[in-house]
Each structure stands twice: as C-alpha cells, then as structure tokens.
Design a protein around this ligand. Structure first.
Ligand code: SF4
Length: 365
C-alpha cells in the first residue's frame, strides 16, 4: 500500500549540521504554507491509489506548527485518498513542543518521532539544538501521558568534542527513557552547512573514524541489551514497533510527497518539488506545478537502489538477484556478509562498511 510524505519546513532555530529544507523565523507564513500543501494534495490526490498505509510529517519541525494545521492535511488525505484501517501517522517533533502532543494524539497521529539527539546539555548546545535534557524527559513523559504507544527517539553520535565514554553514558540515558524505537546516526558533515565551514577553518573537533566505529559498536551493544532489534543499520525497534514508513521506503513502495522539497516515488520514476519556500508558494498560488525535477528509474537503477537499501536491513537481499556469486563468496569468506536462508545480509563487522560492501556486490548484479 502507498504512503504520503508531507514536508513541514518550519524550525525554531537552525542546527549547524542540517542540510534539510527548513526555514527559521517564518512562522507567520504557516497558514499560507498549509493552504499551499492542501492545494497541492487536492490536485494530486487522484495520482495515487489508496488507501494510504502510512502518512509521515517530516521537516523541518512539524510539531512546531499548531496541530490544527496538520489536522486539515490529515482530513483531506483521508477523504481524498483514504486510509487503511490501521494507518500509521507519524509526526517528527521537537522535545520542547510537548504542549502540542496531546492535540496531535487526539487528531489521529499514531507515532511521534522525537528529535532528542542527546541527553547531555553540552552536546545539545554544540549541535545547536533548542531543547534541554529536561525538555527531552518531559517530552517522553508528556507523549506517554497523551496516549502515544509508539515513540521513536533520534540520537546522534560523533558530535563536537564528544568522547566515546560520553556517548555511552548519553545513549544509556536515552534508552532509559524506554522508547519503542531509536534512530541512531553518526554525525556527517554535509556540504554548504555551518559545520562544513567550521571544519574547513579547522575549528570543528569531531570524533575520528576509530572513535566513530567504537561509538557505533556501543550503539549495537546497548540497543541489543535493551531489546531494541536492529532492523536497519541506523534503526532499532522493539518487536513489532518498526516504522512502517521506513520499511515501505526501503522496499521501494510507492509514495507521494507534498510540500517544498518533497520527493515522490513510484517504481519507474522519482520526482521532487522545488526546495525554496517562496518559489513553492508562488508556483502553487499561480496554479503551476511545484515539481522541479523528475528522473526515470531504469531496471538497472532500481536493482542497484534495492541492493543498497536492502543490504542495510535485517532481512538483507535475495541472493538470486546476482548474476554470478564471485563477490558474494569473497565477502562471505571475509565475514562481511552472511547467508540467511536464500538471503545475504551484513555481519556485525560488515555493517560499518555497508556502502563499500554494496558497491562491491553491485558489480555482480
Ligand atoms: S530541527 Fe531538524 S530540520 Fe530543523 S534545523 Fe535542526 S536538524 Fe534541521
């Protein structure tokens, strides 16, 4: 079944590592933006065959806008496309937006994804986050009190001046909050971000490769001990609490994205909207399509993408997709992948090298 992605770009502050499409200080445009998204969704609803299995509000920080704004979009999606009986509706949320959680639950949101990132104030400050560890604790408690039984928390390791020991303590505190799902990412420096400029100027001290590897290993151990199963390289969940939105993306299911910068995918093509907010609003308000680009997906590209995405998951990839097995045998002998029935998947030592392993296996597709 297909999914819907809705991009809500508003943020309280700009995090120096972020390369998502977001705006700061433009909350006065929230109504206008909501109207534009509704116009786009209304116009494109006929392009996707319902019912929707997942709806995902990403950003930006969707929790920062009044929940009624998301409510209008949810109702239109339900009326115009339809929802499956147990539709998963996720909202990405900043911990200090906890006052909105009860209203979000009441309007049918089933899953909150909290951008906690760290439980240490010094790390949060270094990451440019606007919340404190106390906000994080309060956000989890408020979400539970509001009735959310499906809660993700995001965590980042390898930030400025973070030691391996600090990360271990940090993740322990985060897991002690008892989330149902954790997404854990190593910090990467993206082009054209303040962090990239600071690194170029030599003023950004980050964990080196060995420290990042040790931090990743700690993540594997602590999540495993807590009963959070690693179902993808960066994602861990209690049994049955995997993100259906994530799983659908990795499987290559159809989804439609609305809002600035949103991507849509339907097996044979991928399309994306303009990234700039003014241009997005102008296009919608003048009756133009917000689509900025479109790429035809060939069988070859699709197979390659499925290999790269599938290999990152717990289930791995079907060994039948390979023309020859030479590379697979070599990687098996190097203990970077393992056989699991008809499938091949990464071993613990292969996981940190996922991109390299995919690249090598791709030669045998
Ligand atoms: S809150 Fe999220 S989307 Fe907004 S700037 Fe920070 S990382 Fe980027």
């Amino acid at each position: 079944m297909p999914g819907l992605y809705v991009h809500i770009p508003f943020c309280a502050s700009a995090c120096p590592y972020c390369d998502f499409a977001f705006v700061v200080g433009r909350d006065a445009h929230a109504d206008r933006y909501r109207s534009a998204v509704i116009t786009e969704l209304d116009a494109r609803a006929g392009d996707i065959e319902g019912p929707l299995d997942t709806v995902y509000f990403g950003g930006g920080t969707p929790s920062t806008v009044p929940p009624t704004q998301l409510s209008d979009i949810i109702r239109l999606a339900e009326e115009a496309v339809g929802f499956s009986d147990d539709v998963e509706i996720t909202v990405e949320a900043n911990p200090n937006d906890y006052e909105h959680f009860s209203a979000l639950h009441d309007l049918g949101v089933t899953r909150l994804s909290l951008g906690i990132q760290s439980m240490h104030l010094s790390t949060l400050v270094a990451l440019g986050r606007s919340h404190t560890p106390d906000d994080a604790r309060r956000s989890v408690q408020t979400a539970r009190d509001a009735g959310f039984t499906n809660l993700n928390v995001d965590a980042i390791f390898g930030g400025p001046k973070q030691t391996v020991e600090q990360w271990e303590a940090d993740l322990q505190e985060l897991i002690a909050l008892e989330p149902d799902h954790v997404s854990i990412y190593g910090l990467t420096i993206e082009p054209r971000t303040p962090y990239e400029r600071q690194r170029a100027a030599g003023t950004l001290a980050l964990a080196d490769e060995d420290e990042q590897a040790a931090m990743y290993d700690i993540a594997l151990s602590l999540t495993s001990t807590a009963g959070l199963d690693q179902y993808e390289i960066s994602n861990y969940a209690k049994p049955g609490m995997e993100s259906r939105h994530n799983l659908a993306c990795w499987r290559g299911d159809t989804y439609m994205g609305v809002g600035m910068s949103a991507h849509s995918y339907e097996g044979h093509a991928r399309a994306w909207n303009v990234r700039n907010m003014n241009r997005y609003l102008e296009r919608i308000e003048t009756g133009e399509s917000p689509e900025e680009g479109r790429e035809v997906i060939t069988d070859e590209t699709r197979n390659l993408e499925q290999l790269m995405l599938g290999l990152r998951t717990r289930d791995g990839v079907d060994r039948a997709v390979f023309r020859v097995a030479d590379t697979a045998y070599r990687l098996l002998s190097q203990n970077l992948i393992e056989a699991h029935g008809d499938r091949l998947r990464l071993t613990r030592s292969g996981k940190p090298l996922a991109d390299l392993v995919s690249e090598q296996l791709a030669r045998d597709l």
